[in-house]
Ligand binder design. Structure first.
Ligand code: NI
Length: 224
């Protein structure tokens, strides 16, 4: 019996070690080892890649996020996914009244762009508001300028914002915190790296280090 347990333990360690090695070998540029390992573990168990879990997750085949949108930028110009032609896009959905998460994520995006140096000219960073009632082009112009000179703020009608959010499977909802004088928006928080076709290539969960984001962008640039 003891021998059986030993053999079982040995096999388990061998399998996990093998998956770790495989994860190291096949992981995407910029993808954290832990994420790559979980992906291998999930595949080994016959499961699909667990949804957007991780730092620099590469989307599994068959899952398409992103695509067409038509919105208005903070200077009043109409912007669609065609703006990404020949470039990459870095997109975040948030709102200017957000007390903490949005400023943090936009700061990380700005740091990632700075880390890219001249290469950042091939990246279009965008903030798409999920609070169009308050985030007018003027409000967005003031807000985006605090983070990065290249950051573009995008707003639109309720329907246009809803369509863009649907394409990226972004969740958002108005909430009224007790005691607060105004409403807030509850929303999902991922940074999306999109290709020249506007489709998501990779996404980053909250608090992904800017070095990871910059490395993923460089990896995708090689495939441009
Ligand atoms: Ni927020």
């Amino acid at each position: 019996m003891l021998k059986l347990i030993r053999i079982f333990a040995f096999l388990l360690i061998a399998i996990l070690g093998g998956l770790w090695g495989l994860a190291w070998y096949v992981r995407a540029p910029g993808e954290a080892m832990g994420d790559a390992f979980l992906r291998q573990l999930a595949q080994f168990g016959g499961a699909d890649m667990p949804a957007p879990s991780a730092g620099g997750v590469q989307l599994p085949q068959g899952i398409a996020l992103g695509g067409a949108f038509s919105l208005q930028d903070h200077t009043g110009q109409r912007v669609t996914e065609r703006a990404f032609a020949g470039k990459l896009g870095l997109i975040y959905f948030g709102f200017t009244y957000c007390p903490d998460v949005c400023p943090t994520e936009l700061g990380l995006m700005a740091s990632a762009l700075d880390l890219l140096g001249p290469d950042s000219a091939r990246v279009l960073p965008m903030l798409i508001t999920i609070d169009p009632a308050r985030d007018t082009p003027e409000a967005l112009a003031d807000y985006v300028s605090r983070f990065h000179p290249a950051l573009i703020g995008l707003t639109g009608t309720d329907e246009e914002i809803a369509a863009a959010a649907r394409a990226f499977r972004v969740y958002y909802r108005k909430v009224h915190p007790p005691g607060a004088s105004d409403y807030l928006m509850d929303h999902s928080s991922f940074i999306y790296l999109v290709g020249p076709d506007g489709k998501v290539r990779q996404l980053f969960r909250p608090n992904t280090p800017p070095e990871t984001i910059a490395a993923a962008i460089k990896g995708q640039m090689r495939q441009l």
